[in-house]
Design a protein around this ligand. Structure first.
Ligand code: A2P
Length: 333
């Protein structure tokens, strides 16, 4: 079978990365159609050496489409994802609009691919910070069980779109920020997204709630502090995990080395560990600084880095499409 594939929000930061990843992955596509808002209609974008004219998204955009990759903001997803689904087009949505809907699977293909089978027309792509954490934590959950997680993130400005990028770039010359509330150049902002009544930010609660949903454990104890740092690309995360069972550190390392989509970079004698500058532009998740938390029983500390626009958004969504196509071909859906 060949698929008619739509990209919604093709002109955006994640949308343009969709095009790059699609070029690399080469899905069995019959056609590609690129959509954005009225503002971009007629604009030309290149995919696999071919020029495509961007079309304005409307209610008829999904007629004859099989798969739509959405990254055009929550409001667009809320309105158009059900329209696409009603026409038999599978939506893979990068916004937060559908993630916590009990009817919508929230998928990281290396972690919970079987959840794809439960889809009713929409599959949600998790938050960027959550995705990379899942790739590193799932193997530990399966082998040892997870009692508690403490997340501390160091997140790139690209997560805030082009505006975030510009605030860091222009801040170097002393220009005031436009996107963020405070300067991001030479600064760290302990606020990503808006504050909620419990004093946490929405980003922090996304990590808590999405982790529970993906790992299938509503009771898991999780807390998070998410911080914007003056880095252009790639999110870094310090993750403290309390496991249910005792572990041997070398065995735990081997368990991470065997995990799909995960690369262990952990050679402290040679100062080798994951970094934003080496993860940028790649599709993998990197883990290092693997060490026992000596303050508790069964605790381990990890440093996890991934490209937030690739594995944290575009790559993960394309991998969901790839897995869906594979499952359909195998008659598993
Ligand atoms: P446009 O370029 O026409 O504004 P980003 O997250 O980088 O800001 O990108 C958002 C993407 O979503 C862009 O491609 C943008 O298109 C698209 N978009 C925003 N609003 C709509 C809409 N109402 N219909 C379709 N696409 C939209």
């Amino acid at each position: 079978k060949k698929y008619n594939i739509a990209v919604v929000g093709a002109t955006g930061m994640v949308g343009r990365t969709f095009l790059k990843v699609l070029e690399e992955v080469k899905l069995p596509a019959e056609s590609y159609t690129l959509y954005a808002s009225k503002r971009s209609a007629g604009k030309k974008l290149t995919l696999m050496g071919k020029e495509y004219e961007v079309k304005e998204l409307n209610e008829n955009s999904f007629d004859g489409m099989d798969i739509a990759l959405f990254s055009a903001g929550g409001a667009t997803s809320e309105k158009f994802a059900p329209i696409a689904a009603s026409k038999g087009c599978l939506v893979i949505d990068n916004s937060s609009a559908w993630r916590m809907d009990p009817e919508v699977p929230l998928v990281v293909p290396e972690v919970n691919p079987e959840d794809i089978k439960k889809h009713k027309g929409i599959i949600a792509n998790p938050n960027c910070s959550t995705i990379q954490a899942m790739v590193a934590l799932r193997p530990l959950q399966l082998k040892y069980g997870i009692k508690r997680i403490v997340y501390s993130t160091y997140q790139a400005v690209s997560g805030a779109g082009l505006g975030g990028y510009n605030d860091l770039k222009n801040g170097i010359n002393g220009e005031p920020p436009q996107k963020f509330n405070h300067p991001i150049f030479s600064n760290c902002l302990p606020q990503i997204d808006v504050f909620l009544p419990n004093g946490y930010t929405k980003e922090e609660m996304k990590m808590v709630n999405e982790t529970r949903k993906i790992l299938g454990d509503d009771e898991m104890k999780i807390t998070a502090t998410t911080v914007r740092v003056p880095v252009f690309d790639c999110h870094s995360e310090a993750i403290n995990v309390e496991l249910k069972k005792p572990f041997d550190l070398e065995e735990l390392r081997a368990c991470l080395e065997a995990a799909p989509g995960l690369v262990v970079q952990d050679d402290i004698d040679n100062c080798i560990y994951p970094m934003a500058c080496t993860a940028a532009g790649t599709n993998e998740t990197y883990v290092g600084r693997i060490r026992r938390d000596e303050s508790i029983d069964n605790g381990v500390n990890l440093w996890v880095v991934a490209d937030n626009i690739r594995k944290g958004a575009a790559t993960n969504a394309v991998q969901i499409a790839q897995k869906f196509i594979e499952m359909e071909a195998n008659g598993e859906l």
